[in-house]
Design a protein around this ligand. Structure first.
Ligand code: NAD
Length: 469
């Protein structure tokens, strides 16, 4: 197929021509690249990064440090301390039937990769996977989100500053840019975004049998049972939900609370939100804004829909369109048909549903798509085990939320509608690698005694092999 009419074909072909050079880089060369990226994010561009994210959606500097810079630096540090072992031949046992040979596999780079990232943690979700791609020895074309143009610009500057475009390039632009890029025969696509667009990406990838990592979203439930420490739960949920103004793929999307403790939980949450953001959250320096007018209007429509269905606003509810501000809002008595309980919310609105029995809560969760995260607040081992055994989710935190993302020893990703494949640490490295098997013959192999012509004696040897080896 001829790709010469594609706008990005030249860039793609330049990387394709260079992929073996990059793939054959040594441990030391890859570490040097990771160090350069670390220095850029941690020091050289830190102020620009903070300012860009503030300009994009008023993200507080401290939150940028904690949720954008720190995860990228953490990913780099983790890769640096493990890369040597990841790049080693992975020697495996050889069965008796293959006597005279030895076996190992290597992680070889996939080749030319496409990385499409979202706007909600734009630096973290672009440079995080980029670390894995670099560690694995790939070339990469990055397409960041058009919704956070200021940080996209800074990331483009960093990429140009550190890398030649035949190794890593960043292409800014609207959705059409992604659509053009998706036509090219990449060796791997790492996509982070919504399940809807994930399906488009997978369809495009299928044309070239390109492998995909899809880091998607969905509705992540939080169960609070009657044994939970409500004060502690409220504090953690207030943070996990309203961090980044609720625009977090693993934020609690809705609460399922045991009916008897619902009012006490809401009281604790109200107190906690006051402590975090004061009585007037619009004046708080600790709360970012909704990313743009389109998402603001989407979220206001959710609120209006719930209100018109007689839902109860328990906390918050104020909105101002001038700066896309939505007050941290907690809402109960939401009917199941309301859009708040159907769509991923991805904003600072938290619906609360009550349940009578744990079975009822589990049945409710399982009637929806598999979530990216599922949280449990409970002191009951039995309840925790019952929930984990009878539900499915990409990840779970018990008596906490969101923090499972920050342990690089844990795989991060969803299942089916919430994603395919895993990110972070060795799992990210594996995602950008092909596990290539190698069998090396040292002496005459025993199997050669079984080559044709097939005699009765050879049949007996085959019988023995099946039975004993
Ligand atoms: P999105 O799917 O709208 O966009 C993601 C990227 O895809 C952007 O770069 C965008 O330019 C591109 N894109 C959009 N439409 C496209 C199309 N038709 N064809 C090709 N490319 C297209 O997602 P978003 O709004 O940026 O992010 C929010 C979603 O991402 C939520 O569903 C959230 O849960 C999910 N998310 C998941 C993770 C995770 O790690 N699993 C992390 C963050 C966000």
């Amino acid at each position: 197929m001829n790709y010469s009419d594609n706008k990005y074909a030249t860039l793609f072909n330049t990387q394709k021509a260079n992929q073996y050079n990059i793939g054959n880089t040594t441990y030391t060369q890859r570490i040097a690249k990771l160090n350069a990226l670390k220095k850029a994010v941690e020091f050289t561009y830190k102020d620009k990064i903070r300012q860009a994210l503030f300009d994009d959606f008023k993200k507080p500097f401290t939150e940028t440090d904690l949720t954008e810079i720190y995860p990228v630096i953490g990913e780099i540090k983790f890769a640096k301390s493990h890369l040597k072992s990841w790049m080693k031949r992975q020697i495996v046992d050889t069965p008796m039937s293959l006597l005279g040979s030895s076996s190992y596999y290597i992680y070889e780079p996939k080749g030319v990769c496409l990385l499409i990232s979202p706007w909600n943690f734009p630096l973290n979700l672009t440079f995080g996977p980029l670390v894995s791609a670099i560690a694995a020895g790939n070339t990469v074309i990055i397409k960041p989100s058009e919704m956070t143009p200021n940080i996209s610009k800074v990331m483009a500057e960093i990429v140009v500053d550190l890398f030649d475009e035949n190794e890593i390039a960043l292409v800014e632009g609207e959705v059409e840019v992604s659509q053009e890029l998706l036509k090219l025969p990449f060796n791997h696509i790492f996509f982070t975004g919504s399940p809807q667009v994930g399906k488009i990406v997978m369809q495009a990838a299928s044309k070239h049998l390109t492998s995909v990592t899809l880091e998607l979203g969905g509705k992540s439930p939080t169960i609070i049972d009657e044994t939970a420490n409500l004060k502690a739960a409220a504090k953690k949920i207030a943070w996990g939900k309203f961090l980044n103004s609720g625009q977090t793929c693993i934020a609690p999307d809705y609460i399922l609370v045991k009916d008897a403790v619902k009012d006490a939980f809401v009281t604790e949450l109200r107190e906690q939100l006051k402590t975090f953001y004061t009585v007037d959250a619009s004046a708080s320096d600790s709360l970012s804004r909704v990313v743009n007018a389109k998402h603001y209007e989407r979220l206001v429509a959710h609120l209006e829909d719930a209100k018109s269905n007689n839902a109860t606003i328990e906390i918050g509810g104020k909105t101002t369109s001038e700066d896309n501000f939505i007050e941290p809002t907690v809402i109960s008595n939401v009917p199941e048909s309301a859009s708040l309980l159907q769509d991923e919310i991805f904003g600072p609105i938290l619906p609360i549903k009550t349940y009578k029995t744990l079975d009822e809560a589990i049945t409710y969760i399982n009637a929806k798509e598999k979530p990216l995260a599922l949280y449990v607040y409970s002191k009951s081992k039995k309840n925790i085990n019952t929930i984990i055994a009878n539900t499915r989710a990409g990840s779970t935190a018990i008596n906490n939320n969101v923090l499972q993302y920050t342990n690089h020893n844990l795989p991060f990703g969803g299942s089916n509608n919430s994603g395919i494949g895993k990110a972070h640490g060795v799992f990210g490295f594996q995602e950008f690698s092909n596990m290539r098997s190698v069998l090396k013959q040292h002496t005459i192999g025993s199997i050669e005694f079984l080559f044709p012509p097939y005699t009765n004696f050879k049949q007996k040897l085959v019988d023995l092999t099946i039975k004993w080896f």
